[in-house]
Design a protein around this ligand. Structure first.
Ligand SMILES: Nc1ncnc2c1ncn2[C@@H]1O[C@H](COP(=O)(O)OP(=O)(O)OP(=O)(O)O)[C@@H](O)[C@H]1O
Ligand SMILES: O=P(O)(O)OC[C@H]1O[C@H](OP(=O)(O)OP(=O)(O)O)[C@H](O)[C@@H]1O
Ligand SMILES: [Mg+2]
Length: 287
């Protein structure tokens, strides 16, 4: 059963593959219901006015581009490859990968050497666009997956594929060459030129969780004379809260700080005279 309520935001998310679990996790953190059975195809979250459609990651941009569904979570590489009339509304910070050419170790060093070769890939749109932009003529062989094996099987001379750790390439005796074709990550997409009703709340919730993931809350007490210098180290996002302590000549400071480097910041604050320095996780926020 799917909803017929026109006020409901219809969201496409990956049903399997690399992005599926992380997409469900972030939506759960945003307070949305998610399926607990990997075979479930749709789910209505009435309380939050959202319906989720669990679809193949490759098909998501097409549904959104056609306007069948309002919003989608997919990879930037898949969005570009689809040629769909959909745009990125937001980067989601997971599913990071690079899209690269690769060939047998030592055989290629530059993309110009691809002229006249056969290149196997699941992303024919991205590869065609890249080659056309550089005036390189090559045969593009479309495969569904496991493209690394195609060279060994004599179907292609080089491949273009998603690389994360590079271990799949290494195992196949291949190495990347040439420039990175595309830096990809999971993105939130909407139909070009359209902002669907209810999208602002959906996007704000995701932003809140992304900020909560990359920031922590820092509290410390510090001699009031050192507050100006300390606040330069912890400017917060808007502005830090500074309150007088009961102890004469001391202040309490509270500010959000980036999670990366928070320990170094604590050392620096300690050196300035701060004491009682506390770090706490933020679970969600609205800025
Ligand atoms: N190893 C990886 N690390 C990070 N992101 C990846 C990795 N493999 C694929 N992706 C990303 O995941 C998205 C979809 O790829 P995925 O492999 O999940 O789909 P698929 O190949 O269609 O499905 P499956 O591999 O389950 O058949 C793409 O945006 C891609 O960049
Ligand atoms: O650099 P790595 O960390 O080794 O990751 C990259 C591999 O992961 C993906 O494959 P996937 O498992 O999705 O299989 P597929 O080729 O069937 O899509 C991708 O297509 C590469 O093969
Ligand atoms: Mg895959």
């Amino acid at each position: 059963m799917t909803s017929t309520d026109p006020g409901i935001l219809r969201v496409a998310i990956p049903n399997k593959g690399s992005l599926s679990q992380s997409a469900s996790d972030i939506l759960r953190e945003c307070g949305y219901r998610q399926r607990d059975d990997a075979k479930q195809l749709t789910l209505i979250d009435d309380e939050n006015g959202v319906e989720f459609f669990y679809l193949r990651p490759r098909d998501i941009a097409l549904y959104v581009g056609e306007g069948t569904l309002d919003v989608g979570i997919t990879g930037r590489d898949l969005l570009r490859d689809s040629g769909a009339k959909a745009d990125e509304a937001m980067e989601l910070g997971f599913g990071r990968s690079r899209f690269r050419f690769a060939g047998p170790a030592g055989q290629f060093s530059d993309v110009t050497q691809l002229a006249g070769t056969r290149i196997a890939t699941s992303y024919t749109g991205v590869v065609h666009d890249f080659l056309a932009a550089r005036g390189i003529t090559a045969e593009v062989v479309r495969l569904d997956g496991a493209v690394e094996t195609s060279i060994q099987l004599g179907v292609a001379d080089a491949i273009a594929d998603v690389v994360e750790t590079g271990s799949t390439l290494r195992r196949a005796g291949l190495e990347v060459f040439g420039e990175t074709i595309l830096e990809s990550e999971a993105v939130l997409i909407t139909r070009s030129g359209e902002i669907p009703a209810g999208f602002d709340v959906f996007q704000r919730r995701l932003e809140g969780v992304l900020v909560a993931r990359s920031y922590v809350m820092m509290d410390y007490d510090i001699p009031t004379a050192a507050v100006t210098e300390a606040v330069r180290l912890t400017p917060g996002i808007e502005s830090p809260t500074v309150a007088p302590l009961h102890r004469e000549g001391w202040s309490a400071v509270r500010a959000m700080v980036p999670r990366d480097g928070a320990q170094r910041l604590m050392d620096a604050l300690y050196d300035l005279g701060a004491r009682g320095i506390l770090l706490t996780d933020i679970h969600a926020c609205r800025l």
